[in-house]
Design a protein around this ligand. Structure first.
Ligand SMILES: *Cc1c(COP(=O)(O)O)cnc(C)c1O
Length: 428
């Protein structure tokens, strides 16, 4: 494989865009090498500007559950584009998409659309704080909820349960309201409730941003009980797991119900859409019905709604796709595991619907601390060996992989074969 055009494009991009990218992970910093510049996608594949083809397990980091250039979504978007890109006035498609979502989820009566997952979460937290009239929130180490100030936190010093900024530019005064707990560890959440006036607990019920690490059912149940006891709200951030882990996301695989849910990624069918939803009672606090302010110039624009509607309608009318998606995901990671075992390398894997994860690790991963034990060097070598063989995996061991309906059994088989070759290479 030849990457000359991408190498040149990257150095040109670097001159005009910080790091050459508009979102840091795209720069390949944790695996090294140059990111291929993508010219186009088709079904299961992407093609870079040097003409190399890859099986795409990233799918724009989750949204493209039907693969690239799905004809139904494309057609719906084209029709919307021809009627005007945005009006900043109510349109029918917003209600239609909101209805599709409300129909699916028990306990969700109303939905508001925004333009990204970050915005959805930021707004959901403001809503929770406004409803409870408390300032403190709990988040889990290793969960990602977008790049808003209150959520860019890392463990503080010593025994403090509240977080310290994880990025310059975030004032300490903002993160002192964010308490950090350990994933799948209820005592650590109890400690936050002991120390703070908690408005809400936000969690990825199936964490996808520390690799794929699902929460235990018993842990979620205890979390629900703790929130109820303290009259705090529970927020499920399903920006990634929504319509991915199952049609109802994590809520289709667990019996625990949140108070507020956030979505992104798949809900926009490839266009920038985020959303949050809750009961009538909670949503009534939002402006203009209630006092909590939240707004957006391009929110619910008809082109983005058209893509989301098309994706959601397709998913709802073919709920069985999740069976075949997870079958493919299981085949893939079982193949990876066998390939690793063939050269004596330890690997642990997870699958939830169309989401898959693998760690170069001996021990089952239950939280971020476990995830950090994975062999990131070995991952980097594996990643580049797979890329050379036309298999495009997420460029960090703390990400999740995705199966699309456009992938064939042959694509999966090919990827497993590539994994055997890559493993043989990395242990040489
Ligand atoms: C991707 C993601 C976000 C942020 O969404 P953006 O659209 O990138 O702003 C928030 N929460 C989770 C769980 C995510 O995976």
């Amino acid at each position: 494989m030849d990457y000359n055009k991408s190498i040149e494009a990257f150095s040109e991009a670097y001159k005009f865009i910080p790091g050459g990218v508009d979102s840091p992970v795209r720069a390949f910093n944790s695996v090294g090498g140059t990111p291929p510049f993508i010219a186009r996608g088709e079904g299961a594949y992407i093609y870079d500007i040097d003409g190399n083809r890859y099986i795409d397990y990233v799918q724009s980091w989750g949204p493209l559950i039907f693969g690239h250039c799905d004809k139904d979504i494309e057609q719906n978007v084209i029709e919307a584009v021809q009627k005007g890109l945005s009006f900043g006035a109510p349109t029918l498609s917003e209600t239609e998409l909101a209805k599709e979502i409300v129909e699916l989820f028990e306990g969700i009566d109303k939905v508001r659309f925004v333009n990204s997952g970050t915005e959805a979460v930021m707004s959901a937290i403001r809503l929770a704080r406004g409803v409870t009239q408390r300032d403190d929130i709990v988040k889990f180490t290793g969960c990602y909820h977008g790049h808003s100030d209150s959520l860019l936190v890392q463990a503080g010093s010593g025994l403090a349960t509240f977080g310290a900024p994880s990025s310059p530019g975030v004032p300490k005064d903002f993160t002192k309201h964010t308490y950090l707990a350990q994933y799948n560890n209820i005592e650590s959440v109890q400690k936050c409730f002991d120390d703070g006036e908690i408005a809400c607990v936000i969690i990825e019920p199936i964490a996808g941003n520390m690799g794929l690490v699902p929460a235990d059912e018993s842990f979620l149940r205890e979390l629900r009980a703790l929130c109820d006891k303290h009259k705090a709200l529970l927020i499920f951030d399903e920006v990634m797991s929504g319509f991915r882990a199952s049609l109802k996301g994590a809520q289709g695989v667990t019996n625990i119900k949140p108070d507020i849910t956030t979505w992104g990624k798949v809900i926009g069918g490839g266009m920038p859409v985020g959303a949050f939803g809750a009961s009538k009672k909670i949503m009534a606090y939002l402006s203009p019905e209630g006092p909590i302010y939240q707004a957006g110039t391009l929110s619910g624009n008809p082109v983005a709604m058209a893509a989301g509607l098309s994706a959601l309608k397709k998913l709802k009318s073919n709920p069985s796709i999740y069976v075949s998606l997870s079958k493919k995901a299981n085949t893939l990671v079982a193949g990876f595991e066998k390939a690793a075992a063939s050269v004596g390398v330890d690997m642990v894997t997870n699958v939830r619907g169309s989401m898959f994860g693998f760690f170069f690790s001996k021990k089952e991963v239950k939280n971020f601390e476990d995830a950090q034990q994975n062999d990131t060097k070995m991952f980097a070598t594996f990643h580049s060996a797979m890329l050379k063989r036309g298999v495009y995996l997420a460029c960090s061991s703390f990400e999740t992989g995705f199966i699309s309906t456009a992938m064939s059994d042959e694509d999966i088989e090919y990827s497993i074969k590539a994994a055997y070759e890559a493993m043989a290479n990395i242990t040489k």
